[in-house]
Ligand binder design. Structure first.
Ligand SMILES: *Cc1c(COP(=O)(O)O)cnc(C)c1O
Length: 346
């Protein structure tokens, strides 16, 4: 497969905007910067940020074991996903494939970009129906989204299914690994060399505890990264975000890892306690920091919890999730409040 054949002609033809800071790279301390029309008086944010976020990438590269050339950062993974659409999908012509029940942004972004959506519902164990997916794909199917661990179901997809899809789908396979840091599965980012049509997305929003700074990560071949770099807004990750990411990754990484361990322990405790709530009939296995549970009447229970000041996610309208609620794992205290409240419901 040649990635170049999948890129939109307009994207291939365009000459990217070259920002002032793109043109100069080197030792900044010794330099006088009169190139970008900035206010010269220092206040911490008077300069444009590094358009390539080199320091953040080098820290992430060490943590994740992926070279910086295989990495692109965005204003949340939502921006990364949008860039992927704009690089590969021709409006009013191409389509993408999603596997509901799954993350809502894939179809929102398809609709924004005027891209048709083909969907193949996950099977009753929330695994991909590989042959049906490959059958439904046509020559305009440019992207296939696999969310693993999947939101809202919490499970990981079987490795052999994922591999068969990457090997046989004629477009780009995007594996959304927003929850990978909670899982024991290995990231597919370590296999980029084997699969030229693979993109893996991750985020600092979940396990890393930085949803507020909006920092998403894209791992892919250098060919794909270079296409996305051509179309990204030059300064898409702001200075405050870069500074906060750097300080957290340098100073708080051990604490973050401990928090993930604690959250997983809390998740297992929460599952045990949820089992003793009489109107909960099923709790689905989770590789993430949330659990999906089937109840007698999801909308009624959701509204009752709101009355008690507890906000969860009602997923009942999602295919295959009738009467299902999604609970994020909170602190031990928050989870106790949840369980106590659930047991009080009539
Ligand atoms: C939360 C989440 C994301 C994260 O999006 P950001 O824009 O990075 O905050 C991505 N994918 C899935 C499936 C998610 O649940």
């Amino acid at each position: 497969m040649n990635i170049q054949d999948l890129i939109r002609p307009t994207v291939k033809a365009l000459k990217p905007y070259s920002s002032a800071r793109d043109e100069y790279q080197g030792n900044s301390d010794a330099m006088v910067f009169l190139d970008a029309n900035e206010n010269p008086f220092e206040n911490g944010v008077n300069r444009y940020p590094d358009p390539q976020q080199r320091t953040v990438k080098s820290l992430l590269s060490n943590i994740k074991g992926i070279p910086q050339q295989n990495m692109l950062l965005g204003n949340g993974s939502d921006e990364v996903l949008d860039l992927i659409y704009r690089a590969f999908c021709e409006p009013n012509q191409d389509n993408i494939i999603t596997l509901p029940p799954t993350y809502g942004m894939y179809s929102v972004l398809a609709n924004i970009n005027a891209i048709k959506i083909k969907s193949v519902q996950l099977d009753k164990n929330f695994q991909p129906k590989v042959d049906e997916i490959l059958d439904i794909a046509d020559s305009n199917s440019k992207l296939l989204f696999l969310c693993s661990p999947n939101n809202p179901t919490g499970n990981s997809f079987e490795a052999k299914s994922i591999e068969k899809l990457i090997n046989n789908f004629k477009g780009i396979v995007v594996i959304d690994e927003a929850y990978i840091d909670f899982s024991n599965e290995e990231s597919w980012a370590s296999k980029l060399n084997l699969f030229p049509n693979l993109i893996v997305t991750q985020t600092l929003s979940k396990a890393y505890g930085m949803a507020g700074i909006r920092l998403g990560i894209c791992f892919a071949s250098e060919a794909i990264i270079s296409v996305l770099n051509r179309i990204k807004p030059p300064y898409n990750v702001n200075e405050l975000t870069q500074q906060k990411a750097i300080s957290q990754l340098e100073q708080q990484y051990e604490i973050t890892k401990q928090q993930v361990t604690d959250i997983l322990k809390e998740r297992d405790a929460l599952v045990t306690k949820l089992k003793s709530v009489d109107f909960i009939s099923k709790i689905y296995p989770s590789d993430a920091n949330f659990v999906l549970a089937k109840v007698d009447d999801a909308t009624k229970r959701y509204n009752q919890l709101i009355e008690k000041g507890i906000v969860i996610r009602n997923r009942t309208t999602q295919p295959g999730c009738e009467n299902c609620l999604r609970f994020t794992v909170g602190t031990s205290k928050e989870n106790d409040v949840l369980i106590k409240s659930l047991k009080e419901l009539e």
